[in-house]
Design a protein around this ligand. Sequence first.
Ligand code: ME8
Length: 519
Amino acid sequence: SHSSYGEYRPFYLTTAIAYPNGAPHIGHAYEYISADALARFKRLDGFDVRFLTGTDVHGQKMQQTAQAQGIATAELASRNSDEFQALQERLGSSFDRFIRTSDDDHKRASTEIWNRMAAAGDIYLDKYSGWYDVRDETFYAEVDTTVGDDGQRVAGDNGHVLTWTEEQTYFFRLSAYTDRLLALYDEEPGFLGPESRRNEIVSFLRGGLTDLSISRTTFDWGVPVPGNAGHVMYVWVDALTNYLTGVGFPDDTALFDRYWPADLHVIGKDIIRFHCVYWPAFLMSAGIELPKRVFAHGFLFNNGEKMSKSVGNVVDPVELIDAFGLDQVRYFFLREVSYGQDGSYSAESMVARINADLANEFGNLVQRTSSMIAKYFDGAVPAPGDYTDADSALLRQAAELLPTVRAHFDAQAIHLGLEALWQALAEANRYISAHEPWKLAKTDLARTASVLYVCAEVVRIVALLTQPVMPLSSRQILDQLSVPAADRDFTAVDRRLTPGTELPRPTPVFPRLEAPARD
Ligand code: ME8
């Protein structure tokens, strides 16, 4: 029960919704793991969390992929969305809803936001001619393109081949929002993180905005434009609207009023412009409050090389979990990669960190503490005597972890939160080596009791705070200390282990990995 919180404050966070035109890869898994850790942290910290994720099934690319595979687009979307949902479940993701943009309520939400933007006078019909990147579902102005060696027109920033497109389309009056968007970044410096990303967007805005083509007539796989069924909405209009659908817009006003505006949109760095220029402009036009923050994580590279299906180095996240263990994979990516920056990984770096941080630093502390309690105190939590300065210093460091780690998680500095926890574990390991309780037990059992009690307290507090990142292993460790279920949220940090509590027989939590399991 969370009754001790009194009223829970709402917290709404979302991931990007992936294109299900292929199998999910490790980049998707990374986004889910990180967002899930943030969601779990907030729940344990007393918030009423709503966590939304899902798939973005519309767009020309989906239709082309289905055609190439000779299956119906709806079938491709549903089959691959199932795979993304299964991955989330395999990752232990604690999402509250898995949305697919083919869901009926999402069509209503998209129609509603379109109608509101139209009512505001921001949508008009005109002729579009320009370059379209089907892979990223993005329009390019000619100045932002180049001609490749083979004579094909390609995007200047990523080299994707572009298609010349000429059709009647609806435009959104994006140009009218330049000043209001600049004002947003001026007044709400926390709207986009990390900070370096904000500077990129602000200089983009200073260049001025052109109106955005927001409907297509050359294919029909999308949400129909209200009042003109010959058009489907540009995929990003309906995709971004998923964040509103996920909280009941427009039908369920109670749900919507509870959770909107979103507290945090977690996305990758390649889709910042959509979330930080188009999305706030759409919302301003429709008269809907803006989300409080967008945070862009970096990209993962396999051995320093960018992953792509064509390079053939896409690693199946399920294979990684099978090889290394779920909590190990979650911990590795969240600790190894500075959240917000790019990161790379290899089997070698995974084995090294899992052994050093989990098997050695955390696992050994847990193992030494509980096996000595079993050996010298019949497996019951020993009663501490008076604390020495060293005892008090370590207990104080452990007690300060919650505010420190909370500040890091609230700033999406997950890696720094974990670093603070591992500093406390390192300190506890130095303390145990310095006190040598295995020798002390022969001469001074009362003092041994205090030393092991202090170690058990550090283990307890760290395990409470690793729950968002490693739910299963943290639970095993808390079980090993017989921590009652009601004492596992963050209000329990200040409570203490009860001397005399019977502990189960110790079992190792973090096995040592012998060699790279794969390359
Ligand atoms: O962009 N490393 O879908 P998507 C880390 N449907 N993150 C990565 C990554 C990598 N190597 N590759 C992709 C879309 N991502 C749209 C989103 S939201 C309203 C619509 C991240 O399947 C990427 O940055 O291409 C994005 O946040 C997410 O995976 C889905 O990418």
